[in-house]
Design a protein around this ligand. Sequence first.
Ligand code: IMP
Length: 437
Amino acid sequence: MTVTIVGAQLGDEGKGGIVDLYGDHADVVARYQGGDNAGHTVVLDGDEYKLSLVPSGAVRGKTGVLGNGVVINPRTLFDEIDALKERGLDPDVRVARRAHVIMPYHRLLDGIEEEAKSDSDLDAGTTGRGIGPTYEDKVGRRGIRIGDLLDHEVLRERLEYVVPQKRAIYEDVYGKTAGEEFDVEALFEEYSAIGDRIRSAEMDVNAGEFLAEHLHDGDNVMLEGAQGTSLDIDHGIYPFVTSSNPTAGYAATGTGLGVTDVGRGEVIGIVKAYLSRVGTGPLPTELDGELAEYIREEGGEYGTVTGRPRRVGWLDLPMLRHAARASGFTGIAINHLDVIAGLDEVKVGHAYELDGDTIETMPATTERWGDCDPVYRTFDGWPEVDWDEIAAEGYDALPAAAQEYVEYVETEVGVPAYALSIGPGREQSIVRTNPFA
Ligand code: IMP
């Protein structure tokens, strides 16, 4: 069966921890969108591994697949694989031949377009990894795919077509001086060698076929979404979004499995007990001052990839109802309940007020979302407790106020909480349902 993991908010919900928790029961972990904009930390036997492309399961001896919907920066991929090898691991990572490649010029163009947009406050605060420009080229039918790196003749042909266009944009539109990033020969040399390495390591796969065979053999496949629903190019707060679809429909498109394969499985929305946001745009339940500082420090809310301090806010229920519908959640996991412990009261944005009406889900435009005033519900806070003890004892040991919070979220979102995280370690979780069981 499949279990699809989807961020229900704005990314950084702690998806990695849940993937890790259930990953033991998976045989294969596949990513279906995004690229090295998604940072995650894996802790194994006390060692910390910071990864952005290699699926965390691959650190634990599972097969990791980067599906066709992922944009792959091979430099990052091999840096991560080499770093893991140096530490004695031998990750099994497969890459879809249909996946698009992030080229050096994509990164440069990402930065430069953000700079240009910042004059009109339209910059999305991207991670600068070249994600948007790569997806643009994919849709514009001028992208370079993993399969092209394997065939030198095709690679040369593609580079000769696309690189002069990119160079012209860089030089003529932005007035910059192009370097090696726009040099066909230099790019050919580096990327054909990368293609050779992929081939000789037998990393390239027809992802859909590969995963379907595993399912056919009765294996468990985890489909790991990156970022979150409100960063989805279609269902998020456009234009302050990423350039792919973290929502569950893309778990099929971005791997080559059928929607029925995904739909027959479970779709778990990952919810952080409060909100955090990297980047720009409105945020109706945003907090500032001491309270924001407290949550930021307690939750270590600094970007994994960029190190930027994250904006924080109260949990936003309209956002969660929207996410649950867009992906068809069958369950949720609520993370970081420990981070907001120790507060006198905890608020939740239950609904919005917009032009005198009360609405329970997100408006379709970001400008209208920015006009929304949250209608808050206030809960009693719960104390700091010995979270290890609670994790050992289970759900009933959780402070009553925290249970009330969890049950309220379950009722409003309409699905049960399969797991709760109450600390950063794998053992600091309460697992109520194992979707693979
Ligand atoms: P991009 O994905 O680098 O193009 O960035 C687009 C937007 O998505 C920016 O607001 C980023 O901060 C945000 N973003 C991208 N990846 C992540 C992530 O893994 N966590 C949180 N925000 C992200």
